[in-house]
Design a protein. Sequence first.
Length: 314
Amino acid sequence: MNTELSPPPSGRTARRLEWQFLPAHIRGLVEGHCGSPVTGAVSQGGGFTPGFASVLTCADGTQHFVKAASVKAQRMFALSYREEARKLLALQDDVPAPRLLWTHDDDDWVVLGIEHVDGQLPTRPWQPDHLDRLLDALEQVVEVTPPPELGLAPVTDDLAAWPAYWDTVRANHPDLTHADEAAGLAARFPEALAGSTLQHTDIRDDNTLLGSDGELWICDWSWPVLAAPWFDTLAALIGPRGDGIDVEAVLASRALTRDVPAEHLDIALALFAGYFLKSADDPVPPSSPHIRHAQAWQGQVVWGWLCERRGWDC
């Protein structure tokens, strides 16, 4: 845990399916929805999934963002896109997200046509003004009441397996000091994270788009849950902490975190650390060569943060 890792390459972590390799009937279907032949496709390199995700430029000059995955060849990712379509359709009038315009869920393919927005990823290392815009948006999201028919899971169910990840971490890293204390904190996560507030659960720079006129969009709404209102805000600070921003000052200044008991924040960080450190030791999937590096870096960042807060010599 003493080896300093570099952050993963921002916006260049995905190995995605390209436009020319989509089946001809899917390309035709997409062009039909776009209303014009596709003349250019720019694959989006952020994230860690191999599904198709490209900005398409058409002969009529319009641009479209399209995601697609095969249920047979990329089942896990196709199911994720299916969930994203279901969740986004129900939430898009209330959350700051690009709108879902059309879907196709047949012929072994899940395809999403999503509004193309003129935005870019936050600059890495994180800049304070970009981070402020994201945290402002997260404070708006907590005001949204998700429709009951979505059936969002409580975070206590969604992350129920995470405390046990510390068993694997301790087995893989027997010399990791304070691992027992961290495991004890993580086991208490229901008391800290339970809540009824809409939370995205996958807030990172590559799920965020910044517009030139102050707009901010949060993307990839596949797995929202009901949790404490500060869950996403704390998670959003992992990357900035690793980039050198004083996140303790941010926690003390933001409406969603300044009154949260310090012990609850530590419980959440212990839970996150167990997840990242365990996942970093899993085999590297051929379809996502950067994911373990990213998880190892995040694990290192969260572990160092937790040790600092607890006064541990890690």
